[in-house]
Structures are given as C-alpha cells and as structure tokens.
Design a protein around this ligand. Structure first.
Ligand code: 2U9
Length: 343
C-alpha cells in the first residue's frame, strides 16, 4: 500500500513536469499516462495487491490521480489546438528561421536605376510616355525625313488598324511631348522600352531599353553636353575609364557626336565585341536641331539644348561582360540569379 502511494506521488510529479519536443504533446501525454498501456492503467492493475480494508481509500487516490492526468491532458490539447500557448521548453528559439525565397532585380533594371540616379544628381527629372506612338511624335517632330529607313515597314512595327500608329522606335517621343507642354527649362531623362523590327540574334532584338536625355534652357552649350556625359561615364564605369568623343550624324541633332569607351570585355586589346578596335560605342548625342525646337514650339533663337541616347542593354553587357543579348529576355534563373542589388 505504501509503495503504491509512493508510486502515485511520483506519477503526479511526472504528470506535472511533463514535457516533450514532439509536435503533438497532448497525444504523447495521452499514450504515456491515459492510454490502455499507460501509467495509470498499470497502477490500477496494482489494486489487486492492496489489502481489502484499504481498497476503498486506495481507489479514491487512484481516481484523483486519473482526474489530475485528464485535466493536464485537456490543458495540453488546448495549447496544441491554437498552437500559441506553448511553454518555452517546447519551442527551440535558437533554431534558424526558414529563409524566404527572395528574387533579385533584373540586370537591366539594376543598370537603368544606376543611370537614373547619376542623372538625378545632376538635376535631371524622369519623364515617361506611351509605347504606342503616332507618326508625328516618333518621326516628323524629330526631323526624320519621309524617306528615312527607320520609317520603313522593315524597321518599324506599325499598328495594322491605323498606319499612323506604331510601337515607338526610341524614347525621343517622350522628350517631344515634354517640349510641346511649353514649360522651360527642361532637364529630363526618359527611360523605357523601344521596339525595332530586327531579326533576333546575340547582337540584336526586336525590343530593347533606352535612356534618352534632354536639357533645354537659354544658354546650353556643347561644353555642357560634353561635361555632363563625361561625368556620367566616370560615375558608371569608374574614373580610370578612357573615353573617345567623335563626330557623327543624326537628323535630330546638329552637331552630333558619339561616345566610345575602351572595351571592357578585352580591356582594349581587341575582341569580337569591339570588332578588334579596342573601343565600343556607348551613346549618341548632340545639340538639338533648331528645326526640332521649332517643330515643338520652342524659339530656337532664344533657347538651345542638348540631347543624348543610349541603349541600356549595351551598357549592361559591358558592365557585366555579357556576350548575348537574348539572355536578357529568356528569364533563365541561372542567369538572373547572378545579379544582386539593393536598388
Ligand atoms: C529630341 C531631340 C533629340 C536623342 C539622341 C541619339 C543621339 C542616339 C542611340 C543610342 C543607341 C539610340 O539606343 S540606341 O540605338 N541614340 O544615338 N539619341 S541624340 O536625341 C534627341 C531626342 C529628343 C527632342
């Protein structure tokens, strides 16, 4: 009898201090204490050895123990159900959390954001416009003559319902729209997607991304243009980069120029990317043609301005040594995962 009383006391302490790391503590408890092979059943089995005169008293003690265990079981069931009221011993707070599968920014977005932030520091604002344009904003206003190859069906995607509409071939149309608003001075950059009817290859695609810029005020000079673009190139590629500035021709700028940098793929020694010249073209630019100013309602005797345009893909390929343009639009995670950026 005394032994059994001692066992009951021990069992009470065991029930009180019960703990487990199992996900379902109530069930573990039930099996250990209340199940058909549990501790309480086995103590009940001891009753046969209790002297007859003590049986009533011992039966009461065991019933109390069973009630005690059942209350504890109900308590455990409640905490398992709402999954919250866990005691410290059941949750290991030192375990690492489950990592969230974070994506990464597309390399074109990384470089576009970098270009934007460089020009924003020089006071340029970002302007955007429609990707479906009409002929006047995309071509006529920009002094692109009727017979210019860009206007050809071979080079431009026209909207079949209306031959006056097309997918914009450059973001210059955004600058035209800003000029037409008549608010001067203008100091904007226009990032965006543009479309050209090209056969897709490692070097060409039917869509790509540009950042174009425009600064119009009463005293903008060619020196301002040069200084702005030299600053940009140094911020983008580092101040040891070598730059070549050479004359060129565009219908919308006069004079016009193009800017090259030393090939970052081969370091200037000559490779396929730089066509063995050691130099790669990164942008075109020039003073806005007086005709373009007048087309957009700006007095070319009072105002002057510079404009520039660059392909984001080209800059990204040089910056990250990417040799195939198609990688940008294939959405291959093995490629995209290699780029990380905070912005
Ligand atoms: C207005 C007036 C002038 C924007 C310019 C370029 C030169 C140029 C190319 C670079 C690579 C296009 O992406 S690319 O193929 N761009 O060379 N763009 S000047 O001139 C403008 C724009 C708007 C109103």
């Amino acid at each position: 009898m005394n032994n059994l009383l001692q066992e009951v006391e021990n069992s009470k302490a065991e029930i009180n201090n019960f703990s487990t790391t199992d996900k379902n503590p109530a069930e573990v408890f039930r099996i250990q204490f209340l199940g058909s092979k549990g501790l309480i059943k086995s103590l009940m089995g001891e009753m046969k050895n209790v002297p007859a005169e003590n049986r009533r008293e011992m039966g009461q003690v065991l019933n109390d123990l069973k009630l005690f265990a059942e209350n504890k079981y109900e308590e455990l069931k409640k905490t398992s159900d709402n999954g919250q009221e866990t005691t410290g011993s059941e949750v290991d707070l030192s375990l690492p959390g489950e990592a969230l599968p974070l994506g990464s920014r597309h390399p074109i977005s990384i470089v576009r954001n970098k270009i934007i932030s460089i020009f924003q520091r020089l006071g340029f604002a970002v302007a955007e416009g429609p990707e479906i344009e009409d002929d006047w904003h995309n071509f006529t206003a920009l002094n692109l003559p009727e017979n210019h190859p860009a206007r050809d069906m071979q080079d431009t995607f026209y909207v079949s319902q209306n031959p006056d509409w097309m997918l914009r071939t450059h973001t210059s149309s955004v600058q035209v729209r800003e000029m037409k608003k008549g608010k001067l001075p203008i100091r904007i950059i226009c990032p965006g997607r543009v479309y050209r009817n090209e056969t897709i290859s490692a070097r060409a695609h039917c869509f790509f991304h540009q950042v174009e810029g425009l600064y119009i005020a009463s005293d903008v000079s060619f020196a301002d243009l040069k200084q702005t673009l030299y600053f940009f190139v140094q911020e983008m590629f580092g101040n040891t980069i070598k730059v070549r500035f050479r004359p060129s021709y565009f219908p919308f700028t006069e004079p016009s120029a193009e800017m090259d940098i030393t090939c970052l793929i081969c370091g200037g020694t000559g490779c396929n990317v730089c066509k063995h010249t050691g130099w790669v073209e990164i942008l075109g630019c020039g003073m806005v043609h007086p005709k373009v100013l007048e087309n957009c309602g700006i007095d070319s005797n009072k105002y002057s301005g510079f404009a520039f345009g660059m392909g984001i893909e080209r800059i990204t390929m040089l910056k990250y040594q990417i040799k195939d343009l198609r990688l940008f639009s294939e959405n291959d995670l093995r490629f995209l995962k290699q780029f990380t950026s905070a912005v």
